[in-house]
Ligand binder design. Structure first.
Ligand code: ADP
Ligand code: ASP
Ligand code: MG
Length: 418
């Protein structure tokens, strides 16, 4: 089999952890599998690099930001190759530009265009383990780019698609995808399988176990992704074998390959949203456009939107959310348009969390929203905004209620461990 094995930050946090991850690679190589590895930077290292660029100059040139923050993966790729070699396994490291993994020029959030990996492919086919620096690529203008935070997952899936790999194993610090973040609900359950669509919603609604783009790519290219733990003893795990499903971890797969069917499969939460309230604006056609057009022009994404009923028939309030990092800019854009919008007051609030229930079963089951709202009300948790899609319902609540809301919904929909 041809496998891509990705090791996240905690799995390469120091030399001992890299050695342990290398043992997982050795197991597969010894069983006769061909392997390409993708690595993240050591846990915490990318955060440090990001903070250095900000400290150096807050309005940094994004091309130089990428030159700095991509460097963590250069270190771990080289170290992994050295450690594999020390175990007698032929290995070679590859930086994004050496492959090359070509992206667009959106520095900091670049998208992969193609992987022209002829030399790397030959090396893998010749029995060498290719150790690829995750998270980074090269732009058409020959500058280093990065794929957005958590982007090594996307490197791994893109490699698996380009190499036509049988499977892409994402090794992390949890042994799979859980019904919710096991760090806040200790009773969360591991899901043996999850559909691409549900995983996509889970990731984009806050479950950072996989980067959203990696799931999009896996779904588009039909890559089988297995999320599993690098903390499992490398010697007791079974090597991958054709036709044999992996028992450990979580397989991200087509909905038709799902074994169990639940109405709700998981709960996600995201703390990186901010709420904006535009108070007492005139209740007339065009007022929403006067707010959302300038935000769109400034490239600010708006997520949840609530317009209150007008009490006096003349004025109304509008509440919506944007990414927390965009709050200052969004408020400034609206203040600059005050002549057009004519609000009596503008408020921003980052003390909120978006909690979402996700499940493909919602397509055919009515009443999920009603049940959710009722349970939150019983816990005295006030809902500030709501948004829905075919397979998810999200509510915005005060950040202080994060754990209570997630735990309540987790039990409500029967997700707790029995
Ligand atoms: P890595 O460094 O390996 O990429 P991440 O920190 O990016 O690891 O992702 C793993 C973390 O994702 C876990 O430690 C866990 O706290 C968090 N997480 C959030 N939601 C979930 C979920 N539903 N299932 C599993 N892990 C989750
Ligand atoms: N090191 C990068 C980050 O911390 C990429 C990754 O870990 O996936 O965002
Ligand atoms: Mg990650």
């Amino acid at each position: 089999m041809l496998l891509v094995m990705k090791f996240g930050g905690t799995s390469v946090a120091d030399i001992e952890r890299i050695r342990n991850s290398a043992q997982h690679v050795k197991r597969e190589v010894d069983a006769g599998n061909r392997v390409a590895v993708a690595v993240s930077a050591m846990a915490g290292h990318t955060n440090q690099l990001v903070s250095w660029t900000r400290e150096a100059f807050p309005e940094y040139d994004p091309r130089e930001y990428d030159a700095v923050v991509s460097s963590g993966e250069q270190i771990t790729a080289g170290l992994m190759a050295i450690i594999l070699q020390s175990m007698g396994i032929p290995a070679r490291s590859w930086q994004g530009w050496q492959i090359p993994l070509v992206t667009d020029a959106s520095h900091g959030v670049a998208r992969i265009d193609r992987i022209d990996g002829q030399a790397m492919l030959e090396s893998v086919n010749g029995g060498e383990v290719a150790v690829v620096a995750g998270f980074q690529g090269v732009s058409p203008g020959n500058r280093i780019t990065t794929l957005g935070r958590g982007g090594s997952d996307t490197t791994a899936v893109a490699l698996a698609a380009a190499l036509n790999a049988d499977r892409c194993d994402i090794y992390t610090d949890v042994d799979g995808v859980y019904t919710t973040d096991p760090r806040i609900v200790p009773g969360a359950r591991r899901l043996p399988r999850i559909s691409y669509e549900e995983m996509l919603e889970m990731a984009s609604l806050g479950a950072k176990v996989l980067q959203t783009r990696s799931v999009e790519l896996a779904m588009a290219r039909g890559v089988r992704v297995q999320v599993r733990s690098s903390f499992d003893n490398p010697d007791v795990c079974e090597p991958a074998r054709a036709g044999l499903a992996e028992k450990r971890g979580t397989l991200v797969c087509d909905e038709t390959d799902m074994l169990e069917h639940h109405v709700v499969s998981g709960i996600a939460y995201a703390k990186d949203e901010a709420k904006i309230m535009v108070l007492k604006i005139e209740d007339k056609p065009g007022v929403a456009a006067s707010i959302f057009m300038p935000l769109a022009d400034a490239n600010i994404n708006v997520d949840m939107i609530v317009q209150n009923l007008s009490e006096d028939g003349r004025t109304t309030d509008l509440t919506f959310t944007v990414a927390a990092g965009e709050l200052p800019r969004a408020l400034q854009v609206l203040r600059d348009r005050q002549d057009d919008i004519r609000f009596s007051e503008l408020r921003g609030d980052t003390d909120v969390v978006k909690v979402s229930v996700i499940g493909v079963g919602m397509r055919s089951h009515a009443g999920v929203a009603a049940k959710m709202f009722h349970a939150l009300a019983e816990k005295q948790i006030n809902i500030q905004a709501i948004s829905t899609s075919e397979i998810k319902i999200s509510v915005l609540v005060s950040a202080a209620h994060t754990e209570a809301a997630v735990r309540t919904l987790h039990s409500l929909f029967g997700l707790d461990q029995s």
